[in-house]
Ligand binder design. Structure first.
Ligand code: CP3
Length: 347
């Protein structure tokens, strides 16, 4: 059964342009908050396949998106490599003991040892595969990973950062160690995504949320080349599984984008027309409404119509240009999805 979302990722013509939202399963949905309460906390929820599957499906049923994205977090990977992780209320993720030197890195599990420990993710995917196959609405299931660079920022800083000074100090004063970290993470992620595919996902997305922290002339060396290595490893083995790359905030790198993958995720700071001009022939483009437009239905409609005018319903997937925020009214998210489907229907 061919799914409209998968067809769109490969640039095939579809009856309308499919839509989903980054971070679509989460706190803006009261139904999510209820399941999280039952789970006790966010990490417990990631570790409980039945509940993780339940919140994965919620935005499909409640908001009408064309694809479900696996409910998990990018940071379960370093967590299962052996780094103790907490999500502190109001502060976000914190690793107890960040990587400072090579001994710290060597103490972490790598390769298949780490990838195998993520069994609860594969279990969640298997439940979702069965649930989605039992429906007749052809919704796709997106699996994901963080890019090695974005994961490394948390592994080195220990938490979110505004300045990235600790990992950038490593980038400029001990690049060999940073490359060793990136390499080890890349090897785990390749196997992790392979196991996600074997468990039943339809599409892969690689999130490089902190791409913009790297100066453009260093971006390929410290991030993009590792993302491409992962994408090419997967495309070689699983050519029927589309790969979406989402490097956030790197318009200066658009001219240098290369690699074997299918969809380029355009963040909200990059003009869609520019992305189309630079990349539209080679990659399907995903995005890119400013997520804060969701606070106004009128601004949402205006953005959707503008994106439709630029892309013309061709080689495009509607999405936000980054994640939906927790205080967006559900009704507005529903409006966004309905507008994308409306404007593209008879394109
Ligand atoms: O709906 C979906 O998109 C699927 C689930 C998903 C989550 N995190 C759930 C989550 C996905 C795809 C992610 C990816 C993720 N996690 C990224 C990359 C995407 C992006 O937004 O750039 C990053 C950088 C993280 C790391 C992370 N996880 C941070 C910084 C935080 C705290 C900040 C925040 O948004 O609260 C998290 C927590 C997190 N991950 C939540 C959710 C629903 C909130 C936890 C809660 O319920 O309290």
């Amino acid at each position: 059964m061919s799914k409209i979302f998968v067809d769109a990722c490969f640039g095939k013509e579809t009856p309308y342009t499919p839509v989903w939202m980054m971070r679509q399963a989460g706190r803006y949905l009261p139904e999510y908050m209820e399941v999280r309460r039952r789970a006790g906390n966010f990490l417990n929820l990631c570790h409980a396949p039945d509940m993780a599957a339940e919140v994965t499906i919620q935005p499909v049923d409640l908001v009408g998106v064309d694809a479900a994205i696996l409910f998990s977090d990018i940071l379960v990977v370093p967590n299962e490599m052996g780094m103790k992780l907490d999500f502190l209320a109001g502060e976000g993720p914190v690793f107890e003991k960040p990587i400072v030197n090579e001994e710290d890195l060597n103490a972490l599990a790598g390769g298949d040892e780490a990838a195998s420990k993520l069994s609860y993710v594969y279990e969640t995917i298997k439940i979702l595969r069965a649930q989605l196959d039992a429906r007749d609405d052809e919704k796709a299931l997106i699996g994901f990973t963080g890019a090695p660079w974005t994961l490394a920022t948390y592994m080195i800083e220990g938490q979110g950062t505004k300045t990235y000074n600790i990992c950038k100090k490593m980038m400029y004063s001990n690049p060999a160690l940073l490359h060793k970290i990136l390499k080890k993470v890349t090897e785990v992620v390749k196997l992790y995504m392979e196991k996600q595919i074997e468990s039943g996902i339809d599409v892969v997305q690689i999130f490089d949320s902190w791409a913009a922290a790297i100066e453009p002339s260093k971006y390929d060396e410290f991030s993009w080349s590792y993302m491409v290595e992962i994408a090419e490893y997967l495309k070689e083995k699983y050519p029927h599984i589309p790969v979406i790359m989402f490097p956030k905030g790197i318009p200066a790198f658009l001219d240098k984008v290369y690699g074997n993958f299918d969809v380029f995720g355009v963040d909200w700071s990059t003009p869609m027309a520019l992305a189309k001009e630079k990349l539209g022939d080679r990659y399907v483009l995903q995005g890119n409404m400013e997520p804060c437009r969701l606070y106004s239905k009128e601004e949402t409609t205006a953005s959707v119509e503008e994106l439709q005018a630029i892309m013309g319903g061709k080689r495009h997937i509607f999405n936000l240009g980054h994640g939906i925020l927790p205080d967006v009214p559900v009704e507005h998210a529903r409006h966004f999805v309905a507008e994308c489907q409306r404007v593209s229907k008879n394109a």
